[in-house]
Design a binder for this molecule. Structure first.
Ligand code: SAM
Length: 219
């Protein structure tokens, strides 16, 4: 993929339109999320031939059998996380790193893990090149990354068959886990808040379709 640091009027205008669509038609209200979506140059994750698709609210194949998540899903999960500047976030499923950039734009410190080595290697290089710095890990994120726990927030960007208890243990008290849970056809978004050492509050939200979370505490 060729990277050209171009953000001309056309791309800026398209990004603004996307933000308006997410706000006015799709119910994203968090100003910090909308601001981040309005700032991250999603066209850099596409080959130049496909830039016209970069600010349409849809997932898109980006090569190597990978897909960039649709902006609505990224915004929806980010909004559920109630991110505050300085939050320490664990992201499971780095993929191409678009969601990672949105979290970084919101002022979070991000630990992100991807199980596919080729994808990990690519994103590890691309994000710093675009000016985004996260802590990148390659491995099975279904077990979290206990060495760096606790996390204020944990986001899972692949569909899980159940909520891995090991992830709940890595949440700080007051922390939030956002994870899609279901079968291979569809998943319900879950938001789980750690109330205290032993208690959690669970909210079951909208239906989505994610690629599967594969691993020891997953499919
Ligand atoms: N967040 C990305 C974006 O912004 O476009 C999209 C992520 S994609 C929907 C889900 C990713 O989760 C895939 O790259 C997949 O390889 C990864 N994944 C699946 N199981 C995993 C696991 N156990 N640990 C880490 N990553 C995993």
């Amino acid at each position: 993929m060729a990277y050209k640091f171009v953000d001309n009027y056309r791309e800026k205008g398209a990004r603004k339109k996307l933000v308006i669509e997410l706000k006015e038609k799709k119910g994203i209200t968090n100003a910090s999320v909308l601001n981040a979506i309005g700032s991250v140059k999603r066209h850099y994750f596409f080959d130049e031939t496909f830039w016209a698709h970069a600010y349409i609210d849809k997932a898109f194949p980006i090569g190597d059998g990978q897909t960039i998540s649709n902006p609505y899903t990224v915004a929806y999960q980010s909004q559920l996380l109630e991110i505050k500047k300085g939050d320490k976030i664990l992201e499971i499923g780095t993929g191409c790193g678009y969601q990672t950039c949105v979290l970084l734009e919101m002022g979070a410190t991000v630990y992100t893990i991807e199980r596919q080595e080729a994808l990990y290697n690519r994103t590890l290089k691309v994000l710093p090149h675009l000016g985004y710095n996260a802590q990148f890990f390659c491995g099975d994120g279904s077990k979290g990354i206990p060495e760096f726990a606790p996390y204020d927030k944990i986001i899972v960007t692949a569909g899980a068959p159940f909520v891995p208890q090991i992830l709940l243990k890595q949440l700080a008290v007051g922390g939030i886990l956002v994870i899609p849970v279901g079968d291979n056809k569809e998943q319900q978004m879950m938001k789980i808040v750690r109330i205290n050492e032993n208690d959690f509050e669970k909210f079951i939200l909208d239906t989505f379709k994610f690629v599967p979370l594969l691993g020891e505490q997953a499919w």
